[in-house]
Design a protein around this ligand. Sequence first.
Ligand SMILES: Cc1ncc(COP(=O)(O)O)c(C=O)c1O
Length: 406
Amino acid sequence: MGQQDRRPGAGFGTRAIRAASAPPRLEQAPNAVPIYQAATFSAGDIGELGDILGDRQRGYAYSRIDNPTAAAMAEAVAHLEGAEAGFALGSGMAAIHAAVASLVGAGDRIVSTHAVYGSTRTLFARVLGRFGVQTEFVDPTDREAVEVELARGARVLYLETISNPTIVVSDLPALVELAHRHDARVVVDNTFASPYLCRPIEHGADLVVESATKWLGGHSDVVCGVVCGSRELIAGVRELQVDVGAIAAPFSAFLVLRGIQTLHVRMDRHSQTALALARFLEGQDGVERVFYPGLGSHPQALVAQRLLRAGGGMLAVDLCERRAAQVFLDALSIPIRTASLGAVHTICVHPPSTTHRQFGDAELAASGIPAGLVRISVGLEDAEDLIADVAAALDEARSAVPAHTS
Ligand SMILES: Cc1ncc(COP(=O)(O)O)c(C=O)c1O
């Protein structure tokens, strides 16, 4: 069927459907990936359709299985991650679920880290837990503790390159070596770093997941995810998704493709401004600690220097008390107060009451998340404006909670 196939002798309905659903035939290639907003693709004949659905022939049949815009996005991210293949999903959580569920079954164990993203913890402990998968959460900087859990038998070691929200940097080569020695696959959430700062596959990770909602998309206007890895492992992810169906929408994939084209420029600027802000915050009255991988004071500063191209846009600051964090957040005028990260706007949040609200007090303490923690995703506003705004908000926090002034 094509533009010419307008069936002049047919009735209005037949002609309307044919005429209005025929894609244009182009002699020139567009300079942006088109949004293939189609649920179905017609094969030449029924045999070909069977071959495509049966994976004996490459092609498109149904967008829950494969869609050209989503595939183009997954391929682009896989290329930047240094992976053989990728698969696009509807969100970062869908990507994490797809990656891990493609590797584990009832009776298997996952070893993960204390300070993972709150929903990841819930997915592992509560959702996968209901299906007989057990997860141990350990300190990723304590190699002995990681090894003890791996030695008890684990299918997956699950890490975040830079952890949410305490900005712990995982020593990927060392942890991958440990995991592989104990026959565990390594899945790494690279969302905080993005492939511009770090490529976990190059350090031996088996699967890498990205919430493309964050730095890849970059503009707070899309929710999307992607998993990358070897052709074999991505085939497993795709096979699972054929039946789960948590696939990326074509328009979402298009927005991520557009974002990726400026990722390098944005990440350089996010990193520069974040470093300036981290340096300003360090040593201010009322600031107990600044968590930023680009600071010499960061506990994994040397690991960060080895693994990250720059410090990135994520930092966290401990303002000692929950109330001080709340006053500080409410006093800010430039950043937006919301739960996400990785955007042109600076985004500030109080993890214990938002992104990590799933953690009880004991889990917060075990994960090293202080009650007064503020997480800052540094945007592209002018650094001087941001620092002045943060300085004024700190003043308010100090006046409102004088006890926390050191
Ligand atoms: C580190 C990390 N991974 C994954 C996710 C989940 O991403 P999404 O919201 O796209 O599902 C988030 C969300 O904030 C995150 O911070």
